[in-house]
Design a protein around this ligand. Structure first.
Ligand code: GLY
Length: 360
């Protein structure tokens, strides 16, 4: 049961059991060496299953970095590049990124810059990276608390998506990734929306391998359509940032506190508040079912109004901005149709106040 996507006819995204995809792909390659990048979580929970399914030798060199977004910075890249040096990794080697968004973004970035670029593949182990981060060639790291500020576009050799790894995820992480699935439904798939619109946290926990395969097939399809049309984010790819202008700023702010938000929790608030601004500026009513689904999956968070000046400063650094104004990309329909809004700081405050009133 393998589904194959080909973003821009550049590389395969293979959705299905790793044992059916990875060994065959590898048999057509002859890398001079292989380096596996993991973090402390994926080494423990995913590496044994990966080695077994991939057919790679158990003594394949492994580089382990600490888990979490707080380590997605230059100092960790230096540690990875040092290990590449020690392993004498030449330009004909292959780097395998086994993990979530941080491993894929940072491992891909280290590979893309190593000796001006060495091949890499993405083996995402979280829902977030399976449906979004691992696909589309965006690689990078955070810099001075601004997310994904240093980076490059470079496509992987392949992406291997095996929903089996979702069984290893804590419940909060699974919900986090589901925010990107909801986003893909809202921007580009009525079929996906109809599949998930009734979901609750209990449904997420109860999904079988086949359920995830179905949801991922629809969700990845949206991502692949977008990056095929606009690989370098000159236009429609900005729509994948729905919820991320406010969401990233909230995520960065809370990362520095004792109560960090997951990416999905921050993006869910971002989708609700950005849609509220779209409603105020352009009169597009946000359907009640959208709000209901987001609030069922992501419990309401208390966002103090006093943080707005600080998150506004972060939003001023957003990559979509042009000529000094903050820009948000929002869906016009569920058919990959985008409109941009340019809010001011006072509107962010009002949107967060409106979010506070949504509490049930
Ligand atoms: N995650 C957003 C993008 O790939 O453009």
């Amino acid at each position: 049961m393998t589904t194959v996507f080909q973003p821009g006819n550049q590389y395969p995204v293979l959705l299905g059991p790793l044992a059916d995809t990875f060994p065959q792909w590898m048999a057509q390659r002859n890398p001079s060496g292989v380096l596996l990048l993991t973090d402390s979580n994926t080494r423990k929970h995913c590496l044994p299953a990966f080695l077994q399914a991939s057919g790679l030798p158990s003594d394949t060199p492994v580089v382990e970095i600490p888990a979490g977004e707080t380590h997605k910075h230059l100092a960790t890249c230096t540690a990875i590049w040092e290990q590449m040096l020690t392993a004498r990794l030449d330009r004909h080697a292959l780097v395998i990124n086994l993990g979530g968004g941080v491993i894929g973004d940072m491992g891909g970035f280290c590979a893309a810059t190593w000796k001006r670029g060495v091949d890499f593949v993405q083996v995402p182990t979280t829902l977030l990276s399976m449906t979004d981060a691992a696909i589309g060639g965006k690689l990078g790291i955070d810099f001075q608390q601004v997310k994904n500020t240093i980076g490059v576009f470079r496509n992987p050799g392949a992406v291997f998506v095996d929903p089996v790894f979702l069984q290893t995820l804590p419940e909060r992480e699974l919900r986090s990734g589901f925010a990107e699935v909801i986003k893909h439904a809202l921007i580009g798939s009525v079929e996906l929306w109809e599949t998930i619109c009734h979901f609750s946290p209990t449904h997420l926990q109860a999904c079988s391998y086949e359920d995830w395969h179905h949801i991922l097939r629809l969700s990845i399809d949206v991502k692949v359509q977008v990056v095929t049309e606009d690989p370098h984010e000159k236009g429609i790819r900005m729509l994948l940032n729905y919820g991320h202008t406010i969401g990233h700023a909230l995520e960065s702010y809370f990362l520095e506190t004792e109560h960090p938000l997951t990416h999905g929790e921050a993006i869910a608030i971002g989708m609700l508040t950005e849609s509220w601004i779209q409603q105020q500026q352009l009169g597009k009513i946000v359907p009640e079912e959208w709000k209901a689904l987001l609030l069922r999956i992501f419990p309401h968070q208390k966002i103090p109004a006093g943080i707005v000046p600080e998150i506004w400063q972060t939003m001023l650094q957003d990559k979509k901005n042009k000529a000094g104004s903050v820009r948000m990309s929002l869906p016009k329909s569920m058919q990959l149709d985008m409109e941009l809004v340019e809010p001011c700081e006072a509107e962010i405050l009002s949107a967060l106040e409106a979010y506070s009133l949504l509490q049930v």
